[in-house]
Every structure is written in structure tokens, then in C-alpha cells.
Design a protein around this ligand. Structure first.
Ligand SMILES: *Cc1c(COP(=O)(O)O)cnc(C)c1O
Length: 408
């Protein structure tokens, strides 16, 4: 039997798990270490570990709303193709999403389209740097400055990615990381806000100080799940976990009822320990991504994502585009049968997600870029457990399927 690969993930060693328990013995030293690592990876002076990336986004948007003197601005521009947690966090903060289409080759917010947006009620723009591939952040940042709106640099999937030698997450007014499953590091759930010193940081500090601490029972339950995750992420066991948990694994939903609390000491201790290894994990992801790029280049009908110039993506996953969509379904089926960790990613652009659609502001035309991505994307795994022959096997699987389909 061929071992099944997870679509994304971070190994968590017994030593790293033990750091969580050890952190409980000296919580303030453990927290100082986590803050230090967050500062080092982002270059931002301030960091606040919180219960999730969604919670981080909600808190940032709430703080920005309070700082807005006009108090008329209740819209947030978000990319038309991204994780559903982003519009959910906008709703949780009592704000309304306005979509900006994405560039179907780089996955970035389309900067020409952003320039043409109606900013009259816009509080902030959120960039997403999907799969750790930086959005066109320098351009997005200058558009936001010209328009006098805030920029939230969501680096949920991009801890360690850089563009023009600046860390993703450090652009604009505030940024965030996620420690969920499938992100650059995983503590099951968790995240962090980052910001430079200034008025935004002061308001964020107030918001975070009014939070409740993570419930002890909940954080222990998450810790036990993390132990199971660490074991079952291994290729020999992942297939079993997927059969037991089924669609729950890696399924993306629109949910606004998540907790808003600080990150528990247990989770924070593991996060600090994982951050010591994040550069190594990312380098290994980048190596696999480079090999996947070569393997896919040889297959007609498959194109790799084109990251912006001057960027260094970490590739939490490696996205490729397969067109037309009939060939894409065939390729996806073939890859999934071979258990090579391929995934269809988010199934729809946000204008076609009902929960988002009913809150959407602006007369949006069709999101052609987002639609093109949703109908052609396949993400491939890059994580530490990818075997050396993975690129070859993926290239073969794609070649067989696309070859078969074209010659028919
Ligand atoms: C995962 C993700 C989030 C939310 O992070 P959670 O920790 O899962 O709440 C936000 N934005 C993007 C782009 C993400 O991928």
C-alpha cells in the first residue's frame, strides 16, 4: 500500500510538545521567548499571541474601527479568492466585505483593480499571501497610503515569506500569523497579531488586554489533539486519520462563532519551540516546491503560480493551474487516487459563497480572476514528510492524465 500524504502540515516533535508542558512551569519566560521569535521573524516591535488567526483579524479590525475618526467607514476590501475565515472575521468585527479580484497567475490582489475601487467607505484592505506566496505588497501598501485606508497584512499562511527583503506580515498597519493546521507552524489552533510601535499598536494592546485568558480545559483538549496530529501527520498514518475524520480534515467553512482569547501557555510554549525550527521547515518546503515546479513544467496544460518579482515565497502548499476544467478534474482525481496529497483548495471565489454574498458591498461584476483560479487550481504538498520521489510521481500522474485526455 502506498502511504497517503497530507496536503500540508508541520512536523511536531516530542521535544517540541514537551516545551508546551515546560512553558506551564514558567509562563512569563515562555511568553517572552515567543514574543522574541515573533519579533525576529516579522521585524515588527510588537506581537500579541491570540487564540487563532481569525481572532487576530477580528481584533485588528476592531482596533482600526475604534481609531477611525470619521466612524463612517465600515467596509473592508478583501481578495475575491481566499480563505473563508477572512470574510467571517470581517463579519465578526461588525464590518462588510468589498471584493477586489485577484491576478490569476500570481494569486495576488489585482493592483490595477484595487486602484479603481470605491474607497469612500473603506476602512482597510486585507492582503492574504495565499500558500505563503507574497501578494504585491509594496504596491498595495502605497495604494492604501494614497487612499488613506489601513492595510492589514494577513500572513496566516506566510510566516517567513519575504518581498523586497521585508517580511510578509510587516506591511501596512498590522499583520497576523496563524498556527492552525496546514500553516507554516501548527499548534492545532492559535495565532498572533504583529505591529510596529505607534497608535495602532497602542489600540491593539488595549484590545488584547481586555481579552479573557484561554480556558484551561479547552487548551488542554487542543494540546491532546496536537499530540494526535503530530503522530498522524506521518505518511504511514495520515490515511488512517483521514478515513476516520473524513471531510472534517482540511475542510474550509464559514464560521463566525470562534473564541476570542489570548493564546494558552501550553500552545504558546509549543509555538515558541516550533518557531525555532520554522526556517528549516520553510527551506525544506522551498526545495520541494522548486522540484515540483520543474516536474510540472514538463506537462502540457499545467502552469505554476508566478510569484511577484522580488518575492521569496515559503510555499505552505505549491499551487498549479490546470486548464481546461475537464482536464483539471481528471488530474485531481488521478492525483487523489495516488494519495499524493493534492487538494482542490477553496472551491469558489467569495462572491459565490452565500454567507459572503449577502453581506457584500459594491456592485461587483463577476470576479473573473477568482473564478479562473477556483476552476483551475490544484495545490500540491511541500511539507517535511514529502518523499524525495514525490515530484517525479506527481509529474507522472499529471502527465498520464493530461496526456490521455489530450490524445483522446
Ligand atoms: C487560515 C487563514 C486565516 C485564519 O487563521 P485561523 O488560525 O485558521 O483562524 C486567515 N487568513 C488566511 C489567509 C488564512 O489562510
Amino acid at each position: 500500500m502506498i502511504a497517503e500524504l497530507a496536503p500540508a502540515g508541520t512536523p511536531v516533535t516530542a521535544r517540541q510538545l514537551a516545551q508546551g508542558l515546560r512553558a506551564s512551569l514558567s509562563p512569563s519566560a515562555a511568553k517572552a521567548q515567543l514574543l522574541h521569535s515573533l519579533n525576529a521573524v516579522s521585524g515588527a516591535e510588537h506581537a500579541w499571541p491570540v487564540s487563532s488567526g481569525r481572532a487576530a483579524m477580528t481584533l485588528i479590525l476592531t482596533a482600526l474601527r475604534k481609531l477611525d475618526r470619521s466612524s463612517q467607514r465600515d467596509e473592508v476590501i478583501i481578495p475575491a479568492y481566499t480563505c473563508y475565515s477572512v470574510p467571517a472575521a470581517v463579519e465578526r468585527a461588525g464590518l462588510f466585505p468589498r471584493l477586489c479580484d485577484v491576478d490569476p497567475q500570481s494569486l495576488s490582489i489585482d493592483t490595477d483593480e484595487l486602484r479603481r475601487s470605491d474607497f469612500s467607505r473603506v476602512l482597510a484592505v486585507v492582503s492574504c499571501s495565499l500558500y505563503g506566496i507574497p501578494d504585491e505588497l509594496p504596491a498595495i501598501e502605497s495604494i492604501c497610503r494614497e487612499q488613506g485606508v489601513y492595510l492589514v497584512d494577513d500572513a496566516a499562511q506566510g510566516m517567513g515569506s519575504r518581498i523586497n527583503d521585508r517580511a510578509v506580515g510587516s506591511f501596512g498597519d498590522a499583520g497576523l500569523y496563524s498556527f492552525d493546521k496546514g500553516k507554516a507552524i501548527s499548534t492545532m489552533q492559535g495565532g498572533a497579531i504583529i505591529a510596529r510601535a505607534g497608535p495602532v499598536a497602542e489600540m491593539l494592546d488595549r484590545e488584547v488586554h481586555s481579552l479573557e485568558n484561554a480556558a484551561a480545559f479547552h487548551s488542554f483538549a487542543l494540546y491532546l489533539q496536537l499530540v494526535a496530529y503530530a503522530i498522524f501527520l506521518r505518511p504511514g498514518l495520515y490515511g488512517m486519520a483521514r478515513r476516520v475524520l473524513g471531510r472534517q480534515l482540511g475542510h474550509t467553512t464559514y464560521d463566525t462563532r470562534y473564541p476570542l482569547s489570548t493564546l494558552s501557555t501550553l500552545q504558546g510554549g509549543v509555538a515558541a519551540s516550533l518557531m525555532e525550527a520554522v526556517e528549516r521547515y520553510n527551506q525544506s518546503r522551498q526545495r520541494v516546491a522548486a522540484q515540483l515546479a520543474l516536474a510540472c513544467e514538463r506537462v502540457a496544460g499545467v502552469s505554476a503560480c508566478r510569484p511577484p518579482l522580488g518575492s521569496t515565497p515559503i510555499y505552505t502548499r505549491f499551487p498549479v493551474f490546470v486548464r481546461p476544467s475537464s482536464l483539471r478534474s481528471c488530474a485531481l482525481k488521478r492525483l487523489q487516487e495516488s494519495r499524493l496529497g493534492a487538494s482542490a483548495s477553496y472551491p469558489r471565489p467569495l462572491d459565490q459563497v452565500p454567507e459572503v454574498g449577502r453581506r457584500l458591498r459594491g456592485r461587483n461584476g463577476p470576479m473573473t480572476g477568482g473564478q479562473a483560479v477556483a476552476s483551475s487550481i490544484i495545490t500540491l504538498p511541500t511539507h517535511f514528510y514529502c518523499p524525495p520521489d514525490l515530484p517525479k510521481r506527481i509529474g507522472q500522474a499529471l502527465g498520464e492524465c493530461l496526456g490521455d485526455a489530450t490524445s483522446r
